[in-house]
Design a protein around this ligand. Structure first.
Ligand SMILES: *Cc1c(COP(=O)(O)O)cnc(C)c1O
Length: 404
């Protein structure tokens, strides 16, 4: 009889968003005429920028002609896209990242889940708490988290770095030194950002301790504050201790198209082992490249017109963030985030638990959000709303909140 990977059996419950989807579907089935507004899952609602649509059409048409038809993509990404990324996302910001340090993929979720394969099972990971669930769960699947304590909601080998209103959602540097530190900035779910000097402390800590930082910058494009770095490579020494993961999903509406990338600098080494070479080897073995037409679409956002269009797109969502933040605050709720990130992190009222508040909102005003406790134990008593709805639905949802 075959044996399964029993690490999977240690994972508590189902993936957070599957649980929410099931609850919402059950409610809708019982209440078919209620109009549910979804401000829960971080999926975009606005159509793709015109430059992207044009690039897609052009690339599709090329596939009808044997001279321009493309088969498998290069597994690390087309040079035209890697060059565009290196120039616009890094060189133009003063970061010394070369195009061959950029590994194009089908998105940040798979990269952030897969990157742990490069590290031995003995490594100790540290995560901010609350946290994007993929980091912990993918390490659990690899047997890197120890045992789960259902009472605390924690894994005994994971270093949790609490981020709460008390510390302004900026965790302390951990006392127990972790090997791998996951940082997501701007943060999902709390909407927090770090200024450059604050982020530099993390880079210095990692270099001193011999740790590595896996930096998820999926929301980089939502930063408007001038002193908030867009890339961790804006910090000195980051090329020796940081991997950065990016996505076109939230920047340009590619959640359905699928495109992202991971930066693994050549200077990133553990002894003689080059993480850059290892990640290239993994891509070569397990990935057959992001689609040509999607990479052309990704390239298009770096044109002048493309940048203008994605700035408008991000501006649209950030207007929702403002509507939510100001609307909820004036209705007496306490909320955070929503300034450099499309997430509003609110305190549940009357000491309700996160799931109690979820059920309450679904029942009373038919609005779906995400329970904070689903992102980690320190998320208990908080609730996440996203700015990815339409203006119309966002305004309607806030009107409904005011009736509570
Ligand atoms: C949405 C999100 C991603 C997923 O990005 P994809 O490229 O769509 O896979 C990655 N990280 C964080 C923190 C996210 O919120």
């Amino acid at each position: 009889m075959y044996q399964v990977n029993t690490n999977y059996l240690k994972l508590p419950g189902s993936y957070l968003f599957s649980t929410i989807a099931k609850k919402v579907a059950a409610f809708q089935e019982k209440n078919p005429d209620k109009e549910i507004i979804r401000l829960g899952i971080g999926d975009v609602t606005q159509p793709l920028p015109k430059v992207v649509i044009d690039a897609l059409h052009k690339a599709v048409d090329e596939q009808a002609d044997a001279k321009t038809f493309k088969g498998y993509s290069p597994d690390l990404g087309y040079q035209f896209l890697r060059d565009a990324i290196a120039k616009h996302d890094f060189k133009d910001r003063g970061c010394d990242i070369a195009s061959d340090e950029i590994f194009v993929s089908d998105g940040a979720k798979s990269d952030s889940g897969n990157i742990q394969e490069l590290f031995s099972e003995d490594n100790v990971i540290a995560v901010t708490d609350p946290v994007y669930p993929v980091y912990v769960d993918s390490n659990v699947m690899a047997g890197r988290c120890g045992n789960y304590d259902p009472n605390t909601g924690m894994w005994d080998r994971v270093v949790y770095m609490p981020s709460t209103a008390e510390n302004g959602f900026v965790p302390e540097l951990p006392e127990k030194t972790p090997d791998i530190i996951y940082l997501c900035l701007p943060n999902n779910p709390t909407g927090t950002t770090l200024k450059k000097a604050e982020l530099q402390k993390w880079v210095d800590y990692a270099n001193q301790k011999g740790s590595i930082i896996i930096f998820d910058a999926a929301y980089e494009h939502y930063i408007s504050s001038p002193d908030v770095p867009h890339s961790i490579y804006e910090c000195e020494g980051a090329k020796n201790c940081c991997i950065e993961i990016r996505s076109f999903s939230k920047t340009a509406g590619f959640t359905g198209l699928r495109l992202g990338y991971t930066v693994v600098p050549k200077s990133l080494k553990s002894g003689d082992a080059s993480l850059h070479d290892m990640w290239a080897r993994r891509h070569g073995t397990k990935f057959n490249g992001a689609p040509y037409i999607v990479q052309r679409a990704g390239e298009a956002i770096f044109s002048e017109e493309g940048q203008k269009e994605i700035d408008e797109l991000v501006g649209y969502y950030m207007e929702n963030a403002r509507i939510i933040r100001e609307g909820l605050s004036s209705a007496g709720f306490t909320c955070f985030g929503g300034k450099d990130a499309p997430y509003i992190w609110m305190k549940t009222p009357d000491n309700m638990s996160s799931w109690e508040f979820f059920d309450y909102l679904l029942e009373k005003i038919n609005v779906v959000g995400t329970p904070g406790s689903g992102f980690g134990p320190s998320g208990e008593g908080y609730f996440r709303l996203t700015a990815f709805g339409t203006h119309e639905n966002t305004k309607k949802a806030i009107e409904r909140f005011k009736t509570l």
